[in-house]
Design a protein around this ligand. Structure first.
Ligand SMILES: *Cc1c(COP(=O)(O)O)cnc(C)c1O
Length: 368
């Protein structure tokens, strides 16, 4: 069996150790005589799986006790509606539009509340995130939305804004779908964070929502009950059947991240340092080549998703075909921006980044 290096933006590569454990437990989970996907979500076995996943995630990201972790469905895209349905009270919400995902969030929220554009980076051709001091924040807005990693544009917010220091009392809502658990989160600056599991912490079907307790319980009457944070929280994410198998896989990934080692580091600091080094390898290969281009300002470059471009349109097909022949797959850029994109999520090993860089150097030497 040959595993490829999968640079997909999501669903994305998973740690082989997690897949192996899931395979070993597929027919008989811990002597239960059944697979996790066959279990009642109300039974003791599944309850222990959910408890384990929740406590693993809480410990990994140091989520404070004043936050609830909700295991939901619908993906980041559903949260674009679910957040305003729960938080806006039909009033105002402000959006920082730094790329394709935050633009979608603004447009979806506009169906449920007075969604305002606080800032965008059009003038800068999407190469940076405007400083928080320049955002047009409205008094009394129910929340401020920020996508902390723009998956398509390859922009990452490396330090969350301190809205309180700017005199803004609205909670910050963070779409962290594509860099969840790749680095710590400063919870003192966040009211709510959400993200799908399929990029960095597991498989499709599970959406994680971290929500400060005071923001729960204000859903609009039109909010579907299965998406009402109060009902989900009161029922410990079992108001209706949760995505049981996806929760189990995420729990295995949280353990894998907890035990991750890099140099002298362990756990999330090791994961973060590993991610920094992998991304640096690829950015260095781009910048030092005089051949490849990435246009994002260095201070805002994403560690997770690296879009890059070739000097000649005709080179994309051979670049991708030769990469594929080397077991480097899913490197095509998003259709809206074209070019190439390497996603280097938590489970991408250093060897994958090195193999990609090797291919890039060799290809540039032949075509540059
Ligand atoms: C992938 C992604 C989403 C959407 O996730 P779905 O699970 O497809 O709904 C939302 N926001 C960001 C930043 C993403 O990367």
């Amino acid at each position: 069996m040959a595993r490829v290096f999968n640079f997909s933006a999501g669903p994305a590569t998973l740690p082989p150790a997690v897949l192996e454990q899931a395979a070993a437990e597929m027919l008989d989970w811990h002597g239960s005589g059944m697979s996790v996907m066959e279990m009642s979500h109300r039974g003791a076995a599944f309850e222990s799986i959910l408890d384990d996943a929740e406590s693993g995630l809480r410990a990994l990201l140091a989520v404070p006790p004043g936050f609830r972790i909700l295991f939901m469905q619908g993906g980041g895209l559903a949260e674009n509606a679910v957040v305003p349905l729960n938080l806006s009270r039909g009033g105002a919400a402000d959006f920082v539009v730094t790329g394709a995902w935050s633009r979608k969030s603004l447009l979806e929220a506009a169906r449920y509340c007075d969604a305002g554009l606080a800032a965008d980076n059009q003038e800068d051709r999407r190469r940076s995130i405007p400083p928080a001091a320049s955002w047009r924040l409205r008094d009394g807005a129910s929340y401020v939305h920020l996508c902390s990693n723009e998956t398509i544009d390859g922009l990452e917010c490396h330090e969350l804004p301190d809205l309180a220091a700017l005199g803004c009392t609205s909670p910050l809502v963070v779409d962290c779908s594509s860099h969840l658990a790749s680095r710590p989160i400063d919870w003192s600056r966040v009211g709510l964070a959400f993200g799908g599991a399929q990029k960095n912490v597991g498989m499709a079907g599970l959406t994680l929502v971290f929500v400060r307790e005071d923001l729960i319980g204000h859903a609009l009457p039109t909010c579907p009950s299965a998406f009402d944070y109060r009902l989900v929280a009161e029922n410990r994410s079992m108001y209706n059947t949760p995505p049981t198998y996806a929760i189990y896989i995420a729990g295995l990934v949280f353990r894998w991240l907890r035990d991750f080692r890099h140099g002298t580091l362990a756990g999330l600091p090791a994961v973060e340092q590993h991610n920094i080094e992998k991304a640096q390898l690829v950015y260095d290969a781009i910048d030092g080549s005089g051949f490849y281009r990435n246009e994002v300002a260095p201070a805002f470059r994403s560690r997770m998703n690296i879009p890059f471009f070739l000097p000649d349109e005709r080179l994309y097909a051979p670049f991708l075909a030769e990469a594929q022949a080397r077991g480097l797959v899913q490197l095509k850029g998003h259709k809206s921006v074209g070019g190439l994109r390497a996603s280097l999520y938590n489970a991408m090993p250093m060897e994958g980044a090195l193999a990609l860089v090797g291919h890039m150097r060799e290809f540039a030497a032949r075509h540059g």
